[in-house]
Design a protein around this ligand. Structure first.
Ligand code: PLP
Length: 437
């Protein structure tokens, strides 16, 4: 498989290893596979585990790369996480719980997969690689957990001070060892700007092997395709019907994976993007021109995105077709409705859900009311205990921490304050570069 840039067809196609190492294409575009493989709809019916599905599904994407032989081991190592399909309404709707990894959000699948790939691409005598990541809460933890104590890597996390939940902040600073955590005196956009500036600084590149693990890496998109393929194959085993899938959406990484699973032949019907009050995607799919804008703050803060970076990839895949006629919908859910849905789901199903998942469940309820009676799958993106400040007052109960998260909460946590200017970051990075890990 060759990988192209979304921006320029003339850009030299590269193999997976090169695309993973580079992160972004040289022209600033995102890497995309030249061609999607096709699978008969029942390919994964009855297969055992998620790693089993992923090995077969991802093999074409790894073909001709020096990682190809390692794919089975990468899948076993990275994707061996619990993936419960919970019945939500008898026979008709299911919740796919993607939050049983070490940091209790779906991003664990992708971060672990990317780390497993990068570890295998590294030669033993390569210099230590510094993985620089800006986070609004969940990405940083997932990347830290995936690289924690991995020889040859250190992680530098930048998060906006005071703008992540107390539990998220504790978690980010609790890893220690090769994970370095900075609370930036600014907002998430400042963190992202600092990361971009560092990654584009040729003078720094000479002194430090710097890389990124942000959500536009192709190594994060690929593993996410596999859990949709796996889940819908289990649900459709005894029926012919495709499943409509609802995905809580911010940067459009998770939902794009679902759309690609459908385009590869798997039994998925409509894909519905559930956004929070950030309206960019609902506006686009209701017929307006695409208009990126600053993100606004909501209760579902991991989806506070006004210019989803993976839109460029989605548009590329549909460059010859009308994206608005492609079986994709987008629906925006405001904070008041998120609160009501968290309360309602607790009362009716006795299920505590995070604010992101609540957007998805609200969209499910809307569709049922409008007469969509077919089978539906809703992706549950984070454990409710990660957003206890929102969820617990609404349901009037404490939410028990999953064991991995509880363990992190019991460790001491440390984050250094960092001014939101590049010279401060540069100074820290160069100091780290002098130290052994
Ligand atoms: C990151 C995140 C999302 C948004 O996923 P995208 O791939 O950016 O669309 C939704 N929910 C949670 C809990 C997240 O951490």
């Amino acid at each position: 498989m060759r990988y192209l840039s979304t921006r320029n067809d003339q850009c030299r196609a590269v193999d997976l290893a090169a695309a993973l190492k580079a992160g972004l294409a040289p022209d600033g575009g995102l890497f995309v596979p030249a061609k999607l493989p096709d699978f008969p709809a029942d390919t994964f019916a009855g297969t055992g585990t998620l790693p089993d599905t992923a090995r077969q599904l991802l093999a074409p994407f790894f073909a001709d790369s020096r990682l190809a032989a390692a794919l089975p081991a990468i899948c076993d190592e990275a994707l061996d996480l619990p993936l419960p399909l919970v019945v939500f309404e008898p026979q008709k709707s299911w919740v796919l719980e993607l939050f049983h990894g070490p940091t209790a959000a779906f991003k664990d699948f992708a971060a672990r997969f990317l780390a497993a790939c990068m570890a295998r691409l590294r030669a033993t005598d390569d210099p230590v690689q510094t993985v620089l990541v800006a986070t609004s809460g969940d990405t940083g933890g997932a990347v830290a957990a995936a690289f924690h104590r991995r020889p040859g890597f250190r992680v530098v996390i930048l998060y906006p001070d005071g703008r992540v939940s107390a539990r998220q902040a504790h978690q980010l600073g609790a890893f220690g060892d090769n994970i370095h955590c900075y609370k930036v005196q600014g907002n998430f956009d400042d963190c992202q700007r600092l990361v971009k500036q560092a990654l584009n600084d040729p003078a720094l590149a000479e002194r430090l092997a710097l890389t990124s693990a942000n959500s536009i890496s192709i190594g994060r998109l690929l593993p996410q395709i596999s859990y949709y393929a796996h889940a819908v194959s289990q649900l459709t085993e005894n029926s012919e019907k495709a499943v409509d899938v609802i995905v809580p959406t911010g940067n459009l990484g998770n939902a794009l994976a679902c759309i690609l699973a459908r385009d590869m032949g798997l039994p998925i019907g409509e894909v519905v993007l559930a956004t929070n009050a950030n309206q960019t995607l609902p506006d686009y799919f209701s017929g307006q021109d695409y208009q990126g804008r600053p993100g606004i703050e909501t209760l579902a803060n991991a989806m506070d995105v006004g210019d989803p970076s993976n839109f460029e990839r989605l548009a590329w895949f549909y460059r010859d077709r009308d994206l608005r006629q492609a079986g994709i919908q987008a629906v925006s859910i405001d904070d008041a409705t998120i609160r009501q849905r968290i309360i309602g789901t607790w009362k009716k199903q006795y299920m505590a859900v995070c604010p992101h998942t609540a957007c998805g469940l609200e969209v499910l309820a809307m569709r049922r009311e409008r007469g969509h009676h077919g089978p539906h799958l809703v992706a549950a993106t984070a454990h409710p205990a990660k957003f206890e400040g929102v969820v617990e007052p609404l349901i009037g109960q404490p939410v028990e921490l999953p064991p991995a998260l509880a363990e992190l909460m019991n460790r001491p946590s440390r984050a250094e304050a960092l001014a939101a200017d590049y010279s401060s970051l540069l100074k820290r990075l160069l100091e780290l570069g002098q130290s052994p890990i």
